[in-house]
Design a protein around this ligand. Structure first.
Ligand SMILES: C[S@@+](CC[C@H](N)C(=O)[O-])C[C@H]1O[C@@H](n2cnc3c(N)ncnc32)[C@H](O)[C@@H]1O
Length: 254
C-alpha cells in the first residue's frame, strides 16, 4: 500500500514538474508592456470615416494638404481661441515640444517664440506637402527652432525620452493606428512630460464639425487606459470648440 502511495505521489510530482517547465516564461522574451485593444472593420460606417473602429470609435479620414488654407483661416482665432490653448500649456523657455499632426504648422509657430532659442519645436506629419509648407514659413519668418519630421501612420519619429510636451490638435481622431502612435508618443516623453489631446467637443452639438472628427473627453480617457504610465492630470474646458485633455507621464523614479 505504502509503495503504491509513493508511486502515485511521484507520478503527480513528475506531471507537475513537466507542466511547470512547459509554461515557464522564456527569460529572453521582451516583457509585454500592455494589452492592445483590437481594431475592427465595419461595412456600415460614416462616409467621413475609414470604416475602421477602435474602442467603438470610427477613425476619421485624414484631412488632405489641399485643405491646408482652412487651418490658416483668420476666423480661427475667434472660433477656436488658440491663445487659451497656449496659456493652458504653460510653456517654459528651453522646452522641447512636438506638434504631432502639425499640418501647416499653425501651433508650431505660436509655440516657437515661447520655447525660445534654447528650446525647440518638432513638427511631425505624414504628409510631405504639409511639412514643406512649414519649412517655407520658417524660412520666410527666419524661424530657426522649428524643425520638421516625416512620421508614418504608426510612428511620429520622435526622439525617445526627449520630449517635454506632445501636442495633438484636431489630429488624434485621424490616426489610422491610434494604439501604435500612442505607444511611440509615450516612449518619446521625458518623465513628467505631457501628452495633450485637443479634440472637438463631441458633447456639444453646437460645435459644427463632422461627427467622426469630434471626440468626447470620456472616449479620450478610455483610449488612454492601456497606457498605465500616463495619468489624466487635467481637462481644460474653456475653449469654445475643443477640450484640452492632458495626461502626464509618471516619473518612475519618484
Ligand atoms: C486636421 S489637421 C490638423 C493640423 C494642425 N494640428 C492644426 O490644428 O492646424 C490633421 C493633420 O494630422 C495629420 N496626420 C494624420 N495622421 C497622422 C499620423 N499618424 N501622424 C502624423 N500626422 C498625422 C494630417 O496629415 C493632417 O496634417
Amino acid at each position: 500500500m505504502n509503495r503504491l502511495r509513493s508511486w502515485v505521489v511521484g507520478a503527480v510530482m513528475a506531471v507537475l514538474a513537466v507542466g511547470a517547465g512547459s509554461f515557464a516564461a522564456d527569460p529572453k522574451a521582451e516583457p509585454k508592456k500592455r494589452e492592445q485593444p483590437a481594431y475592427e472593420t465595419r461595412k456600415n460606417h460614416d462616409p467621413d470615416g475609414i470604416g475602421k473602429f477602435y474602442m467603438n470609435r470610427e477613425i476619421a479620414q485624414v484631412m488632405g494638404y489641399r485643405a491646408a488654407s482652412w487651418l490658416e483661416r483668420p476666423e480661427r482665432v475667434k472660433e477656436e481661441e488658440p491663445a487659451k490653448l497656449i496659456e493652458a500649456l504653460a510653456v517654459k523657455p528651453g522646452m522641447v515640444i512636438a506638434d504631432v499632426g502639425a499640418g501647416s504648422g499653425y501651433h508650431s509657430f505660436l509655440l516657437s517664440p515661447l520655447v525660445g532659442e534654447k528650446g525647440k519645436v518638432i513638427a511631425s506629419d505624414i504628409q510631405p506637402e504639409m511639412l514643406e509648407l512649414i519649412r517655407e514659413k520658417a524660412k520666410r519668418l527666419k524661424v530657426t527652432n522649428v524643425s520638421t519630421v516625416r512620421g508614418t501612420a504608426k510612428d511620429p519619429k520622435l526622439p525617445a525620452g526627449g520630449v517635454d510636451l506632445i501636442l495633438l490638435v484636431d489630429v488624434y481622431h485621424e490616426f489610422e493606428f491610434p494604439f501604435e502612435m500612442t505607444e511611440k508618443m509615450v516612449d518619446a516623453l521625458a518623465p513628467d512630460g505631457r501628452l495633450v489631446f485637443v479634440e472637438f467637443k463631441m458633447e456639444d452639438d453646437k460645435v459644427n464639425i463632422k461627427l467622426v472628427h469630434k471626440m468626447s473627453e470620456r472616449q479620450v480617457i478610455k483610449e488612454m487606459e492601456p497606457f498605465k504610465e500616463m495619468e489624466h492630470t487635467k481637462t481644460v474646458g474653456t475653449l469654445p470648440w475643443q477640450h484640452v485633455v492632458i495626461f502626464t507621464k509618471k516619473d518612475a523614479k519618484k
